[in-house]
Structures are given as C-alpha cells and as structure tokens.
Design a protein around this ligand. Structure first.
Ligand SMILES: Nc1ncnc2c1ncn2[C@@H]1O[C@H](COP(=O)(O)OP(=O)(O)OP(=O)(O)O)[C@@H](O)[C@H]1O
Length: 262
C-alpha cells in the first residue's frame, strides 16, 4: 500500500476523505490479483478441492459480487483473497503485496491496516457497545482511545446510528447490527472491504439499506468492495458479477452498478 496516501486518508474527516478518494490516482488499476489459486481441504479420500486454479483481478474502486451454488467455493475464495486462509498453490497480490510472502503476524497487521470485513452474522463483540465495537480496529492500529472513539462516532453518524452508540449488540436489530459492522469496516478507511453474505440474515428492505450503505462507501470513498451473495438483486447492483461453480469461475458479466455509474 502507499503509506503516504493511507496516512493522509486516516487524518481526513469523512468529507475530506471522499474528496481525496475522488482524486485517487490508482482508480481503475488492479488492486486485487489472484493468480491460479487452488485450495484443498482435508487429505486422501476425504479431500475437498474447494478452489481449482482461480484467477481474478479486481480494479481499485470496483464493487464486485461473487455468486454461485452452495459449496462452490465462494467463501473460500473470499478467505484466500483476504489472507484469512492461505492458498495451496498460486498467489494473491493486494496492491502489489504478495500475501504468501508475509508471515502470520505481518498478514494480520496488513489486514488490520488495509481491509474491512462484514459478515452475515455481524461478528460484533457482545460485551462492547456499538461505539466500542466500531473503535476496536483503530485501537488495534494503535490510535489513542479518545481519537478512536471520535472516529467511531463519525462512522456511526455515516450509517445513521449515532443515537445507538451506547447500545449493545443484543439491544439492536439485525439490520442495525449490520450497520454497526459496516461502520466498523469503514472506520479505518480501508482500501478493500470483504463482505460475506452481508444481507443473508436480513429482510429484503433492510438488505437494500445495508447494500445502500456499501454502495455509498464505494461511491464516496472509492473503497473496493467484494461481496459474496446468493441474492441476484444485490449482485445486480454491483459493477461486475463473478459466477462460480464447483471451485471454478465460470462467467463474469457486468452488473447494474456499472451502468449506473456510466
Ligand atoms: N474448513 C473446511 N474444511 C473442510 N472442508 C471445507 C472447509 N471449508 C470449506 N470446505 C468445503 O469446501 C467447499 C467450498 O466451501 P465454501 O464455504 O467456500 O462454499 P460456498 O460457495 O461459500 O458455500 P455457501 O454458499 O453454502 O456458503 C465445500 O465443499 C465445503 O464443504
């Protein structure tokens, strides 16, 4: 990653960051590159070849969805791209950084500095209220508690939940918890946000709201977003739909998001 750019983004307010993002010089350049990656779980007769020589390139500022039948390898692909799991073969390069050359500590630090995550089941810490959940990645990066909380508050404003800052996950609805998770994903101004079935547990109107927030993040900050989804309505609003079957990519086609931008 370009350290100078990143530092500048971290010091910006939300409005300044979107202005900086619009003039982002890397726009359209590949940010994520997977080259011939494969992954097998287990050994011998019980082995599952989850991914078979997948190559995929995602441009900076792009919003991409990954679709396909259950068990075809979508989550595994997301985990390999994000460095949550390692490929058996091939390589993943994020903004010029080959993930497989990093040891586990470096990889964790890289994820914390440059990536945000949104999961179907939110993955919020139950004993922390919304503000502290959102502040957590910044505390992990070494920001002071005061600074982290100030930025977390801004992020909660962005997702329309400033008034719920002191609520615990158990006191919020599914949609509200997912908005807190999105605030947590965006608070550090990451280059890329990975979202695994972010609307899978939500009703359709709440799902639309959540997708709207991801799209806003993508449009205003030019955050690159990769979404795994079963929902054609969600995928249809992204720039590109990547379809998988049986551990392979079988097609790629433009989604409605690309047309909206044109
Ligand atoms: N940790 C694991 N150990 C063993 N097998 C695994 C593991 N993780 C995934 N698999 C297998 O790898 C294949 C791909 O799984 P993956 O979760 O990536 O599919 P998916 O397309 O995301 O499915 P779904 O849409 O149901 O979430 C499946 O056959 C799954 O059972």
């Amino acid at each position: 990653m370009n350290g100078t750019h990143l530092q500048r983004s971290e010091n910006n307010t939300v409005d300044e960051s979107s202005r900086a993002a619009r003039t982002h010089s890397n726009e359209g350049v590949p940010l994520i590159e997977a080259r011939q990656i494969s992954k097998t779980f287990g050994k011998g007769e019980s082995a599952t070849r989850a991914l078979k020589h997948i190559s995929l390139s995602v441009r900076s500022g792009e919003m991409v969805s990954i679709m396909g039948p259950s068990g075809c390898g979508k989550t595994t692909l997301l985990h390999l791209l994000a460095g949550i799991e390692r490929a058996d073969e091939g390589e993943v390069v994020i903004d010029g950084n080959p993930l497989q050359r990093m040891n586990d500590d470096k990889l964790s630090a890289f994820r914390l500095a440059h990536m945000g995550f949104v999961f179907q089941t939110y993955h919020l810490i139950p004993v922390l209220h919304a503000l502290d959940n959102v502040a957590l990645p910044l505390i992990g990066r070494g920001l002071s508690e005061k600074e982290a909380k100030a930025r977390a508050h801004e992020a909660l404003v962005q997702v329309g939940l400033a008034d719920k800052a002191k609520r615990y996950p158990s006191e919020l609805s599914g949609g509200q918890n997912q908005r807190v998770a999105i605030a947590r994903a965006l608070v550090g101004n990451p280059k890329v946000v990975w979202a695994d079935e972010p609307t899978g547990a939500l009703d359709s109107s709440t799902a639309e709201q959540v997708l709207g927030l991801l799209r806003k993040m993508n449009e205003q900050r030019r955050t690159t977003i990769v979404i795994v989804t079963h929902d054609p309505q969600i995928a249809g609003q992204t720039d590109r739909i990547v379809r998988m079957e049986n551990g392979r990519i079988v097609s790629e086609q433009p989604g409605g998001g690309a047309a909206d931008r044109a």
